[in-house]
Design a protein around this ligand. Structure first.
Ligand code: AMP
Length: 394
């Protein structure tokens, strides 16, 4: 039986799911989360499907040490026998530049990820570090990367091309790549099972990081993120789409360097920058309800932004069969879903107010709606695990 350990990494966080594959369905054997890597003590929790859990603290210096620590606990708990019991580790890797799909982690892959680090400066270095640390501690372990850009390889060329000098695309890789591919792929596959006739889908992945994807016959045909994760939708603390010619006046007005201005656009903008309250939509909505007009503007701008993308993608798809809300915001905020959907009546879309309050997965539109609206939890790790499994068995 193949066992695949899937990793989803943040600057100081480490999340994993361990899958076992037999001939039928992949099975989750364990899931875990470790925080504050590099601090004196990192809190971690590992849970098992039978309800058991392992919660503690340990000093964890890097992502390689995080993997080693979780591996040890899985061994102690009888989930993994030894390193040979693990078929591979799989990464939900972010930007692979010219590499896409599922690839073996080797020197060439790491060099390509390094080359495109300027396009994903907050993500690629974390994955590269983890790959290097794990390779040096466990040289025999097979490492496989599934890039977040992969699902978007089917977007037509005219939609991944910017209006820049043609040579920039070929020579400098200035084009749209798109991200959150595992989530959009998961939703596409799930809707194919739940609503088999749905050909035209828009998936709104709204969470700590957000993007929208237009899906036709199971393939991505448009997505809101671009060459980097910074563009597209207005995010929790990222600007999203922005007039590039404002950079110079902003830098002159405030005396910022280019790096300082970019830092503000990527870390202190979006919901946080506009509301001045928080990067968490829950708190911004609370402030708005209490009369904070800046917070209200931030909520309205986010909803309007989402609405605009849905309209654009309904046009690209020439209609809409299904609209999906996923991610922390998409699944939890019935208020946001309501605000967005109340402007989509022109598509024949009718939200059902009562169904919209549901806390589990399912339909939230009325029976009369021409577009089926879904609230669905995403599962990115399962897509990475399945891709790694297929890659190793192709
Ligand atoms: P994710 O990155 O997909 O885990 O989403 C996390 C984000 O979901 C948090 O930053 C919150 O802003 C947002 N969130 C979670 N619950 C709610 C809710 N009830 N209303 C609005 N936003 C929420």
């Amino acid at each position: 039986m193949d066992k695949i350990f899937v990793m989803n990494l943040g600057t100081t966080s480490f999340k994993f799911k361990l899958y076992a594959f037999d001939d039928t369905q992949p099975l989750v054997l364990a899931a875990g989360e470790l925080e504050s890597i590099g601090a004196a003590s990192s809190a971690y929790e590992i849970t098992y499907p039978d309800g058991r859990s392992h919660k503690d603290h340990a000093p964890i210096c890097d992502h390689g040490a995080a993997f080693a620590h979780c591996f040890c606990i899985l061994q102690q708990d009888g989930i993994l026998r030894d390193l040979d019991d693990l078929t591979a580790v799989g990464y939900k890797a972010v930007h692979g530049g010219n590499l896409s799909g599922t690839c073996l982690v080797d020197d060439a892959l790491m060099a390509e990820m390094e080359r495109v680090t300027p396009f994903a400066p907050a993500h690629n270095p974390i994955y590269l570090n983890a790959m290097r640390h794990i390779r040096s501690r466990f040289p025999k372990l097979t490492q496989v990367a599934r890039f977040e850009t992969s699902f978007h390889g089917s977007i037509p060329e005219n939609r991944v091309t910017y209006g820049v000098p043609y040579a920039w695309k070929e020579e400098a890789g200035i084009r749209r790549y798109g991200f959150h591919g595992s989530s959009h792929q998961y939703i596409s596959q799930t809707v194919a099972k739940l609503q088999p006739g749905a050909r035209k889908i828009v998936n709104c992945h709204l969470g700590g990081s957000s993007s929208i994807c237009a899906i036709l016959d199971g393939k991505s045909v448009a997505t809101s993120m671009g060459a980097t994760l910074q563009s597209g939708l207005f995010n929790n603390n990222r600007v999203g789409d922005f007039e590039v010619f404002c950079l110079k006046p902003v830098m002159e007005h405030y005396g910022y360097s280019l790096d300082e201005a970019l830092q503000i656009l990527s870390k202190q903008s979006g919901l946080l920058g506009l509301s001045g309250v928080s990067n968490d939509l829950r708190q911004v909505m609370e402030a708005a309800d209490a009369g904070n007009t800046q917070a209200q503007l931030a909520v309205d701008t986010l909803c309007d932004n989402i609405l605009g993308y849905i309209g654009m993608y309904a046009a690209y798809l020439n209609g809409l069969d299904a609209l999906v809300f996923t991610g922390g915001i998409g699944t939890n905020s019935h208020v946001l879903r309501q605000k967005v959907c109340e402007n989509l009546g022109y598509l024949g879309l009718r939200l059902d107010a009562e169904r919209n309050l549901r806390r589990d997965d399912g339909i939230i539109s009325s029976d009369q709606s021409k577009v089926t609206v879904w609230r669905l939890k995403t599962d990115e790790e399962s897509v990475v695990a399945a891709c790694v499994y297929d890659f190793l068995h192709q």
